[in-house]
Design a protein. Structure first.
Length: 78
């Protein structure tokens, strides 16, 4: 059975939730405007694209993971 964390009512203050929301917005933009994403990709030289794709994925994973494990302020100053 799934149980909520003690401070669940402050979900909007958590950095991990904020980073996930920004990522969801970016993915939604990419799905709504794929031609703009392709336009951005053309600036990356073709031989660098696999490395840049892997780097973007690694950065997003690191950002989400880092936000999740970083100690944030308590309830009073959070």
């Amino acid at each position: 059975m799934m149980r909520l964390v003690d401070d669940a009512r402050n979900w909007w203050r958590w950095w991990s939730v904020q980073v996930s929301a920004l990522t969801a917005i970016a993915v939604g933009w990419a799905m709504a405007s794929p031609q703009q994403v392709l336009g951005l990709v053309t600036y990356v030289p073709e031989f660098w694209r696999p490395a840049v794709g892997a780097l973007v994925g690694l950065c997003l994973f690191s950002l989400h993971s880092g936000a999740r494990v970083t100690q944030q302020g308590g309830k009073a100053n959070g």
